[in-house]
Structures are given as C-alpha cells and as structure tokens.
Design a protein around this ligand. Structure first.
Ligand code: SF4
Ligand code: SF4
Length: 62
C-alpha cells in the first residue's frame, strides 16, 4: 500500500502532478495542490514525484 503526501510549504501550486496522476488523487484547491481523495488510493507510480519541480511530493510504502 502506498500513501502520498504533499508538503504545502513546498508546493508552488503548478498542478503538474495532478495532471499526470492515474488515480486522480491530486486536486488544485485554488492556491496549492493537495491530496483530495483517499491517500491510500495512491498506486505508487511516482509520476507526481518525478514531475514536481520543488520536491513537495512524497510517497511512502506501508
Ligand atoms: S504516485 Fe502516482 S498514483 Fe500516487 S499520487 Fe502520485 S501520480 Fe498519483
Ligand atoms: S508538482 Fe509539486 S509544486 Fe506542482 S502542484 Fe504538484 S506538489 Fe505542488
């Protein structure tokens, strides 16, 4: 099981991560992008980690 989290202090709100998320878990809230679904629905593909320019996204495997 994978758990995704976004550090709001590091997120610039570019929303690039959300565009590529196959689980549609990441949503722009008007200022920043946040985990808007069940964080455990993350498939662990790490697409969001790869595209994030600020290193704000982290994936943890349980
Ligand atoms: S690792 Fe993949 S499935 Fe999980 S939040 Fe990132 S893009 Fe979505
Ligand atoms: S790619 Fe990184 S900086 Fe851009 S919205 Fe996602 S978490 Fe924030």
């Amino acid at each position: 099981m994978f758990i995704v989290s976004i550090d709001p202090d590091e997120c610039s709100g570019c929303n690039t991560c959300a565009d590529g998320c196959p689980a549609h878990l990441l949503k722009f809230n008007g200022e920043k992008t946040e985990v808007a679904g069940e964080e455990t629905d993350c498939m662990g593909c790490e697409s969001c980690v790869t595209v994030c320019p600020t290193g704000a996204v982290s994936i943890n495997e349980m």
